[in-house]
Design a protein around this ligand. Structure first.
Ligand SMILES: Cc1cc2nc3c(=O)[nH]c(=O)nc-3n(C[C@H](O)[C@H](O)[C@H](O)COP(=O)(O)OP(=O)(O)OC[C@H]3O[C@@H](n4cnc5c(N)ncnc54)[C@H](O)[C@@H]3O)c2cc1C
Length: 421
């Protein structure tokens, strides 16, 4: 693995907790900066949320999920068994503080600031991916073929106006298509599609698990260490050397990076960090013999379902279910995503589909936590990437390595600080 010319890690030891796509990118960037890096996960790398995402590299997904006026729609969405937002019975009281902050984040003044903060990360996302993909020989895993947003009525098209405007303001190229033009682009689309927009500059990952695995293999080839251990706690008061205590060992380090996705709060709260993270469980169905071919991902705006062509078939995904992190998955929701996908692509064959579910680590303001722990400068935090964690992973890794090296980060990290909650 090549080290950056200004490698300043000087062999100092960093332990990264969590080998999802975010922790893996942190580990790679830290290694490039000259640190001695140990990546710790209780499972094989990339097997949690990073395994099953929709693979979309949402470079212009600038708009947050909470927007002005959404509060009016939420009760109806929660009661609708076909909606993309599901709340398991009994979960609402536990998720109530999160929903309150979610709605507060949807005030226009906040939305403007959140868009700016998302834009800063997303505009640098591909620039951070490019060197590590090239070094790992993984360029084929992220392809830029574009993405189509499809609408079933004038009403839903009008409903998407804010999102399109925010993208345009950020410089996105957007091609308007009629329903027939959309079907010419992607013949699998059926008659329900009324109109569409095509964003030619967006990319997608054809196999998110292989992406994490390939990056980890590259990390190991370059001298990085991977340990398969369950972390119990991160110890060490401010000024003291931090330690990662696992079920089987205690690992001393100069710095620790916490990148454990939805499981980060359990470790962060012991460090005195207040965390407001809720699991928005997503579902996918992997269709190995889908009977349709797609050139690029299609997103149904009406149904919040994403249909992505991947190496192993077509992946249909969607749903944000608040059910806590210990409840078993409800795979009927994977069937619901398939139902939505088949409504707009009638030829889609669902036989032999493999359902999957994973926990999006979601903050209420659609911004990740990236920065130093407020009361312990030796612990760096990198979690809460919600719906866009694949897209934001490499830039997070780069920012964490800059912080670790004591450099001024290339982006202002104030919007992502942990103590904003
Ligand atoms: C259905 C769905 C579709 C999505 N689509 C997209 C998309 O198209 N584009 C996009 O950008 N994002 C998408 N996302 C979001 C993205 O997948 C996540 O934001 C991202 O994977 C989060 O990565 P992570 O590394 O933070 O977490 P994870 O991948 O969950 O990794 C956390 C790791 O920490 C480990 N860990 C936790 N606790 C411990 C412990 N105590 N000891 C040791 N190890 C521990 C876990 O085993 C795990 O490997 C989607 C998510 C879902 C669910």
């Amino acid at each position: 693995m090549s080290e950056a010319p200004d490698a300043t890690g000087g062999g100092r030891r960093v332990a990264v907790v969590g080998a999802g796509i975010v922790g893996t990118c942190c580990a790679i960037y830290l290694k490039r900066a000259g640190f001695a890096v140990t990546l710790i996960d209780r499972d094989a790398p990339g097997e949690a949320c990073s395994f099953g995402n929709a693979g979309s590299i949402g470079l212009t997904s600038y708009a947050p999920y909470s927007l002005p006026g959404l509060w009016r729609k939420i009760p109806g969405m929660m009661l609708d068994k076909h909606s993309a937002l599901q709340v398991r019975p009994g979960q609402f009281p536990r998720s109530f503080p999160w929903f309150m902050r979610f709605l507060m984040a949807g005030r226009m003044d906040r939305v403007t600031k959140i868009i700016a903060a998302r834009k800063a990360l997303l505009n640098n996302a591909m620039g951070a991916f490019d060197p590590i993909l090239a070094e790992a020989g993984a360029q084929d895993l992220i392809e830029t073929r574009g993405k189509m947003f499809v609408y079933e009525s004038e009403r839903s098209y009008a409903g998407g106006a804010f999102d399109r405007q925010v993208r345009r303001d950020g410089g996105a190229r957007i091609e308007e298509l009629s329903g027939d033009e959309a079907r010419e682009h992607e013949p699998a689309l059926g008659p329900l599609i009324h109109r569409a927009v095509y964003l030619p500059d967006l990319g997608h990952c054809a196999n998110p698990l292989r992406l994490t695995q390939t990056l980890v293999e590259h990390f190991v080839r370059g001298g990085g260490t991977v340990l398969r251990e369950t972390v119990r706690s991160i110890e060490g008061a401010t000024g003291a050397q931090p330690r990662v205590v696992t079920e089987t060992a205690s690992h001393e380090a100069d710095l620790v990076v916490l990148a454990a996705g939805i499981w980060s709060p359990a470790l962060a709260t012991r460090l005195g960090v207040k965390v407001l993270l809720d699991s928005q469980r997503g579902y996918h169905m992997m269709l190995p013999d889908s009977g349709v071919t797609l050139r690029y991902p299609v997103i149904s705006v009406d149904r919040n379902a994403l249909i992505t062509p991947m190496e192993l078939g077509i992946r249909v995904s969607g749903i944000a279910e608040h059910a806590g992190i210990t409840a078993p998955p409800n795979y009927a929701l994977a069937d619901l995503v398939v139902e939505h996908a088949r409504a707009i692509m009638p030829g889609l064959v669902a036989d032999g589909g493999e359902p999957w579910s994973g926990h999006r680590p979601s903050t209420p303001d659609s911004l990740p936590v990236i920065g130093r722990a407020p009361n312990n400068g030796s612990v760096l935090l990198a979690y809460g990437h919600g719906h866009t964690g694949l897209t934001m992973s490499a830039i997070t890794g780069r920012l964490i390595s800059e912080l670790a090296a004591g450099q001024t980060p290339s982006l202002d990290l104030a919007p992502y600080r942990a103590d904003r909650f």
